[in-house]
Design a protein around this ligand. Structure first.
Ligand code: ARG
Length: 273
């Protein structure tokens, strides 16, 4: 049952990505390195923020325990880097402020590496390739792409790239929700015309039994890469990047990817832009 769900999900995810592959325009821009911060002690504790309503990246199991691709990946990175990972659940739009205030040491939350965010936090190398998709009710036939969203009602999760993308649509009436599942539920309830959200998460919700009566339309709106976010100048950045690179090289990254997506991971670029 779970396998069926996952493979169904992967088919749709792969299809979605296939439809939309745009050649990534490569801008310059070396991610700057910084000397600020103190080196983490070997065996140090690292407090990692996440907003755990974003399956299959992070969610809560029946007993409230965290699970998902990001959770497994972060635990393995911690093990490789000699850091003890302690997760802390935060609202998504509270994560960057928490990193800036230094109340958490890192965040893994399906967070897209954007130039705007990179001005206030540091990002690890990309660890996942994603993109935004439009979801509508199954019976909808007048929304087939971004240009059809003008003057429509759109639900998004607050503080996300989906919310930024929705803000560009002329005349759109946007409602923001604390989580992606709540935005999708608003669409199921018929209170909005569409949801703009990360494709893998929307497709996973559709292929699980949690959400019914929705479909993804059109091409992916964006190509995005997720990164682990850290306070600017964090001394943990190098250790996390080294651990990620080692895990990609030795196949342990691919193993975690297989577990959650039932497929071989794509090759990741060294930087997102
Ligand atoms: N990738 C999108 C962004 O970075 C959405 C991430 C939402 N993550 C979450 N755990 N709710 O804006």
């Amino acid at each position: 049952m779970i396998d069926l769900t996952r493979s169904q999900f992967m088919r749709r995810f792969a299809l979605g990505l296939g439809l939309s592959l745009m050649v990534a325009a490569c801008g310059g821009g070396d991610p700057g390195t910084s000397d600020a911060g103190t080196p983490a002690d070997a065996g140090g504790v690292i407090k990692v923020a996440t907003e755990p309503a974003f399956p299959p990246f992070e969610s809560q199991g029946p007993d409230g325990e965290l699970e998902g691709f990001d959770i497994d990946l972060m635990m393995a990175i911690g093990e490789t880097a000699g850091l003890e990972v302690q997760f802390e659940s935060l609202p998504f739009d509270g994560i960057i402020p928490a990193l800036q205030a230094g109340t958490v040491d890192a965040a893994i939350s399906g967070m897209t590496i954007t130039e705007e965010r990179a001005q206030t936090v540091d990002f690890s190398s990309p660890y996942f390739k994603a993109g935004l998709a439009i979801a509508v009710q199954e019976g909808t036939d007048d929304i087939n792409g971004f240009e059809d969203l003008e003057n429509k009602k759109i639900a998004v999760q607050i503080g996300t790239t989906g919310a930024s993308e929705a803000a560009k649509i002329p005349g759109a009436e946007i409602s923001t929700f604390d989580s992606a599942p709540l935005a999708l539920q608003e669409l199921v309830n018929g209170n909005v015309d569409a949801v703009i959200n990360d494709a893998p998460v929307t497709l996973f919700a559709i292929s699980s039994d949690n959400i019914t009566g929705l479909k993804v339309v059109g091409e992916l709106l964006t190509e995005e890469f997720y990164g682990i976010a850290l306070p600017k100048g964090s001394a943990n950045l190098a250790a996390i990047n080294d651990a990620l690179a080692a895990m990609i090289a030795d196949g342990s990254y691919a193993e975690i990817y297989q577990k959650w997506f039932g497929a071989e991971p794509p090759t990741l670029p060294e930087s997102a832009f």
